[in-house]
Ligand binder design. Structure first.
Ligand SMILES: Cc1cc2nc3c(=O)[nH]c(=O)nc-3n(C[C@H](O)[C@H](O)[C@H](O)COP(=O)(O)O)c2cc1C
Length: 345
C-alpha cells in the first residue's frame, strides 16, 4: 500500500488531509471525530481579533454599569473606534477581559492536544498586528504544534493604497515570528495587485507554509426583505479551480510549502491539488455536508489512485502537473479563450 505521509510545518503527517479551521474543529469532540476518521492533522477553529475586541467591549460596558459609569470619562468603544488611549484603570480592565477570552481558547488548545495523537494546529484570525505576538506566545505555551495565521485584508478602504494593505500581512507575520518557536503558516487572501510576487515575498519571511486561500463569505441582498445576508457559507465542489491555478503557478517558485483549501470535496480534487504542488490540503465544507467519514473516503481515494498509478509516496507525484512541469505552461495563465468564447452563440 502507498505511503501517504507528508512533511508539513516541520511535522510528519500520516497523510495530507487536514481538517481546516471551522466549527468542525471548534470543540474537542470535533477534533476527536476528525482524528478517528483518519485526518492527518487538524487546524482548530480560529480565535478572532474581533471576538476578543467584542468581548472586551461587553465586559467593559458591564463593568462601567457596575461602577456607576466611573470609567466613562475618556472611554471610547474598543470595537468601533479601536481607541487605545485609555485611562490606566480602563487599560487594566481591558487586559483582564482580553485574558478571560484568551484563557478559554488556551484551555481548548491544550484539551484538544491531549485528546488526539495527530498534530494540532491552532489558528488566529487577525486584521491588525495588535497584540498577536502576545497571544501567539500563549498559544505556543498551551501546547499547539503549530500556528496558522488567518489574515484577510479586503482592500476596500479608499484611503489606503495596495502597499499599505499588503504591509498588514508582513507586520502580523513579523510580530508573531518574533515571539514563537513553533512553525507558523499563513492563510492568505488573494486580493493583491501582485499576487505571485507577494506570495513569494511572504514565503521569505520565515513562515513555514502558505495556505491558498482564505475563502471570504459573500454578501447577498434579499430583494423582498430588503436585507443583506451572507451567502454560500459552504463551498461547492467546483470551487477548487481558482486555487488549482495558483497552486500550479506558485509551486516551485515560493520558498515554503503550499497548502490548498476551498472546494476540495473528493479524493479526485485532493489529488489534483497535490499534482499542482500542494504539500497538504484542508477540507471543511465537505465535512459539513457529508460528515466526518468523508475524511477517510478522501484518504482512501488518494491511496487507491496511487496504487493504480504505481506511486509509492506523495513525493513521487507532488507538483508533477505544476506550471513548470507541464508541456504547455501557458495553460495555467490562460484567462480568456478567444476560440471558445467566439464559438458560443
Ligand atoms: C462554518 C465555517 C466556519 C469557518 N471558520 C473558520 C475559522 O474560524 N478560521 C479560518 O481560518 N477559516 C474558517 N473557515 C474557512 C475554512 O477553514 C476554509 O478555508 C473554507 O471553508 C474553504 O474550504 P472548504 O471549501 O473545504 O470549505 C470556516 C468555514 C466555514 C464554512
Amino acid at each position: 500500500m502507498a505511503d501517504l505521509s507528508t512533511q508539513y510545518l516541520g511535522l510528519k503527517l500520516k497523510n495530507p488531509v487536514i481538517v481546516g479551521s471551522s466549527g468542525m474543529t471548534g470543540t474537542v469532540a470535533g477534533v476527536v471525530h476528525a482524528a478517528e476518521n483518519g485526518a492527518g492533522a487538524v487546524v482548530l477553529k480560529s480565535i478572532f481579533e474581533e471576538q476578543i475586541l467584542h468581548e472586551m467591549d461587553s465586559y467593559l460596558s458591564e463593568t462601567e454599569k457596575d461602577n456607576g459609569n466611573s470609567f466613562q470619562k475618556g472611554y471610547k468603544s474598543v470595537l468601533n473606534e479601536r481607541e487605545y488611549d485609555y485611562e490606566e484603570a480602563y487599560s487594566y480592565l481591558a487586559d483582564h477581559a482580553k485574558d478571560l477570552t484568551l484563557r478559554k481558547f488556551l484551555s481548548f488548545v491544550s484539551e484538544a492536544k491531549k485528546a488526539v495523537d495527530i498534530p494540532v494546529i491552532a489558528s488566529i484570525n487577525c486584521t491588525t498586528a495588535y497584540d498577536w505576538h502576545y497571544f501567539a506566545r500563549k498559544i505556543e505555551e498551551a501546547g499547539a504544534d503549530a500556528l496558522e495565521l488567518n489574515v484577510y485584508v479586503l482592500p476596500s478602504n479608499t484611503t489606503k493604497n495596495s502597499a499599505e494593505n499588503e504591509k498588514v500581512y508582513f507586520d502580523i507575520v513579523k510580530a508573531v515570528l518574533e515571539q514563537v518557536k513553533i512553525p507558523v503558516s499563513l492563510k492568505m487572501g488573494y486580493y493583491f495587485s501582485g499576487l505571485a510576487t507577494t506570495a513569494i515575498e511572504l514565503s521569505k519571511t520565515g513562515i513555514s507554509g502558505l495556505v491558498l486561500f482564505n475563502r471570504p463569505f459573500h454578501p447577498d441582498i434579499d430583494i423582498n426583505k430588503m436585507e443583506t445576508h451572507a451567502k454560500y457559507l459552504l463551498s461547492d465542489p467546483t470551487e477548487y479551480s481558482h486555487v488549482l491555478r495558483w497552486m500550479a503557478l506558485l509551486s516551485g517558485r515560493v520558498g515554503c510549502p503550499l497548502v490548498a483549501t476551498t472546494g476540495i470535496h473528493t479524493g479526485e480534487t485532493a489529488i489534483k491539488q497535490l499534482l499542482a504542488g500542494a504539500t497538504a490540503i484542508e477540507v471543511v465544507s465537505a465535512i459539513y455536508k457529508h460528515g466526518y467519514p468523508v475524511i477517510s473516503e478522501i484518504i482512501n481515494d488518494i491511496s487507491k489512485w496511487m496504487d493504480e498509478k504505481g506511486y509509492k509516496s506523495i513525493d513521487d507525484f507532488r507538483g508533477k502537473m505544476n506550471q513548470q512541469s507541464i508541456a504547455n505552461p501557458a495553460e495555467f495563465e490562460r484567462v480568456q479563450f478567444m476560440r471558445l468564447y467566439s464559438e458560443i452563440v
